[in-house]
Design a protein around this ligand. Sequence first.
Ligand SMILES: *Cc1c(COP(=O)(O)O)cnc(C)c1O
Length: 378
Amino acid sequence: MSHPQANPRSEPIPQFDLSDQYAAVGAEIRTAIDRVLSSQQFVLGREGAAFEEEIAVLCGVAHGVGVASGTEALILALRACGVQAGDEVLLPTYTFVATGSAVSALGAKPVFVDIRPETYNLDPVELERRVTSRTRAIIAVHLYGLAADMDPILAFAKSRKLPLIEDCAQAIGALYKGRRAGSFGDAACFSFYPTKNLGAYGDAGMIVSNSAELAAHLGTLRNHGQTTMYRSSEPGWNSRLDEIQAAVLRVKLRHLAEWQGTRRSHAAEYTRLLRQVPGVMPPHEPEGLEHVYHQYTIRTEQRDALQRHLAARRIGTTVYYPYPLHLQPLYAQLGHRAGAFPHAERAAQEVLSLPMYPELRKDQIAHVVEAIAEFLKC
Ligand SMILES: *Cc1c(COP(=O)(O)O)cnc(C)c1O
């Protein structure tokens, strides 16, 4: 017969869960949504403008332009930086597919770059090998919440006079040598997809830039290229951020620093416990960088078996990402073969993202690590 106290940890531990966050901030959010409903202003109003300002301040950048999603932010930023059909854009092969499909959406060609195995971010040395006379821009992705190595990437972009776009979808608030992710590039793109560290209740995105000219251009591109009412001087489209999403995000932004602190303390606890477990590599936080742990991602050669073992114990995990972009069916016509980007390919076989969200408890973290240790010992 089972003792009621014998297995207090049998509750499932999801990889990600927003329900406790909603319980904590729901009342504030409903008040904010009510404010928008009473105003009856749903598009390009006060909430959106205030949120643009707040994100720009957070990043230490002059301007913010709210848009419909992170993917739209990338497409608009590439377009505003002059990328056209037939141009080449350098980007890491190890990222969410949106980084590549934004390039493809403009008819441009993604040119992939391998990653550094310990940070999962693009290897600046590889840029030199892949650049051609047709290269028109570079996208640096800050994967899992860790900034890419911006000093050499910026130096390369400057020396080649190429615009640099940061994909900050997973890294809002991350620091690189005291500066925020998003403050390095000509433009930086954010996603507020519900599961991101700052998540809307639907889709939303933003572009930040220090260039007043670029920000003004983005402001017209997201709204049909209109420079004044009903007067367009170039083709744009509709990619506006709505007021309800902006209001939700402004409430959550007030809690973001606290949530990031909790994520970092969970990561420190995982890493402390995992150091006793041979055969797993915890994430690496290089000196001078501050990771915001959108994901806490470990590596092990027995990844698939470990994932099954944890699932049997009702511990949720996710593989971000099982296919590097160069091996996606989407890019089959580019003709890349397995082996072309070895670090990305090996990461795709070995990574596993563990449960990570601010409301996770320390005893749950200990339980996850015990289950990992149990698997790796046998
Ligand atoms: C989420 C994400 C995007 C796309 O953002 P959406 O808001 O879902 O369009 C782009 N790049 C990366 C790295 C992402 O994680």
